[in-house]
Design a protein around this ligand. Structure first.
Ligand code: DGI
Ligand code: FE
Ligand code: FE
Length: 186
């Protein structure tokens, strides 16, 4: 699909605020790609598509996860918000004909990150957290400055914030999030 087609389909699938967020991630990711000499169009597409599974209710996401054979042991019942990223490459592939493996992999790890991410994966992880429509939270000003200076350090800062936030709310932290956090300490 070309970008026009993706935008039209996505706008019909997502709530307006979620669509606006996706556009924000696309433009933020494209800007980071400019700074770090990455493929700007890929960053934009990945940003647009990263939350493409969020148009579905959690119940429907669970049905899709079972259909695609995604293991839910680690995700349900504690962390249902991780389903949409596990699902994202499948929905992007089947509903948006996205075949670029670098894009599919970037959208798959956009919520938890993973150890040793590629620059595109880091860019999507970061852009999701800091795009301009995100409501202001502690640490966001620092993350936004760091992003344009050092992707690795920025990922580390985001994970520190996210883990602190999840802990303060008594939410379970998934093993992938912890592994990513540990990897990015180096
Ligand atoms: O989909 P978005 O709202 O744009 O953002 P996201 O995909 O980063 O997901 C947001 C939520 O996921 C956010 O509240 C933090 C949470 N999250 C990240 N890692 C983990 C997690 N939640 C749980 N339970 N466990 C994790 O490891
Ligand atoms: Fe997301
Ligand atoms: Fe998002």
């Amino acid at each position: 699909m070309n970008i026009d087609e993706i935008e039209i389909k996505l706008a019909a699938s997502l709530k307006p605020g979620r669509y606006r967020h996706s556009l924000g991630v696309a433009y933020t990711a494209a800007s980071l790609a400019m700074v770090f000499d990455q493929d700007i169009q890929k960053a934009f597409r990945a940003g647009l598509l990263h939350d493409c599974a969020k148009g579905y209710s959690l119940e429907k996401q669970e049905v899709f996860c079972r259909k695609y054979g995604i293991c839910l042991d680690e995700i349900l019942p504690d962390s249902p918000q991780l389903m949409h990223s596990a699902l994202a490459p499948y929905i992007a592939g089947d509903f948006y004909q996205e075949e670029d493996q670098e894009i599919l992999s970037a959208i798959e790890c956009h919520t938890t990150g993973k150890p040793d991410m590629t620059p595109l994966e880091e860019i999507i992880f970061i852009a999701d957290y800091m795009e301009p429509n995100r409501k202001m939270i502690p640490g966001l000003v620092k993350v936004r400055k760091l992003a344009f200076q050092d992707l690795h350090q920025c990922v580390r800062e985001i994970l520190k914030n996210t883990i602190g936030y999840l802990e303060s709310r008594g939410q379970k932290i998934g093993h992938k999030t912890i592994e990513t956090y540990e990897y990015y300490q180096a």
